[in-house]
Design a protein around this ligand. Sequence first.
Ligand code: HEM
Length: 146
Amino acid sequence: MSKSFAEIHRENYRAQANAYGIDEAFISLLVESFYSKVRADEELGPIFDNVIKDNWAEHLGKMKQFWGAIALKTGEYHGRPMPAHMRLKNVTPAHFEKWLALFAENLEEISPTPEAKAFFNDRAQNIARSLMMGMFYNPELDLRGE
Ligand code: HEM
């Protein structure tokens, strides 16, 4: 059987990621090192610990699947990020700024190439923006014309 277009696309995408130094081992390092920083952060740490409690191993596993699905097209992540964040009632846009700053700081320390760093920062910024839209944006406020 010949390969499907999707399969060829996935293979090319993964080969490009690998050329940037992005593979399963790097994603594992990225997730472990980033969440060590998050847990040590006095603002973000308690927000995560309150929800995740003793289930950090499970959360980190899920986050490795999430980033693997994005960067390597593994297809292994089946969660739903939006409702998971909509439930967090005490989170503010300032927390997202801090999250993104820590994420960038971590990539600065561990990225194998500038392309890997740019790839993950871009994706994180886009996803953060869309989560913030869901959590904080109220179109009524714009439509009132005040
Ligand atoms: C201040 C910013 C953020 C906070 C406080 C936060 C907090 C959390 C918490 C507490 C959970 C666990 C939810 C649960 O198990 O019910 C979670 C899950 C998750 N977060 Fe975040 N998050 C933030 C930003 C982000 C960003 C920017 C991304 C992506 C780039 C992200 C991706 C995810 C994913 C994929 C999950 C797993 C959702 C699932 O499948 O259950 N988070 N987050």
